[in-house]
Design a protein. Sequence first.
Length: 202
Amino acid sequence: MKMIRVINLILIILILSSFKAYSHPLFYSAKEINGAVVDGETGKPLEGVVVVAQWVYWCPGGGHYMRIKVIEAVTDKDGRYHIPGWGPRLRRPFCYLDYRDPQLSIFKGGYLYKRLFNKRESNAYLRISDWDGKVIGLWKAQSEKKYWEDVRDFQLDIDWGNTNWKKIKQAVFAIERERKNKPDKYHLSGLPDDARKILFKE
């Protein structure tokens, strides 16, 4: 009897979630994102910063985990980056985009990792980043422990261990460069074997 009540509760949650998902647009598109990254202390432009933009679905039973789109860019000598727009793309059934898109993951070796979200929830079919046209500051790491925790957070945020690596090769290369100097006491997740063979011809 208790098991039946639990199953009924799960079904009710799924049904309510599906109703909420159906109130969202059938298609999604995204506006391009342009911005710049500078040293937070000096204000000087930072070249070679990896910027990963992710539009992450919310799905019943799993929360935020499935990506509708992932795009990466690298800053130029003036610290500027460009993420192209995309769409329209059909929305996945029962899933929708909310306030977390696009998530910007910003990383450069020697600097603390920065994760940015939109600050407001949106039900719009055209997704616009709060950070479009903004200058973003990165600060140099002062703590070894905090730095390697940040590198690992970057790995987790960009879905490192799954097929996502095919869309974020510059991010993979940036992390692997840091891995060569990593003290043994800190742990970073490894790439899947197929990724390592393709990217590094190992």
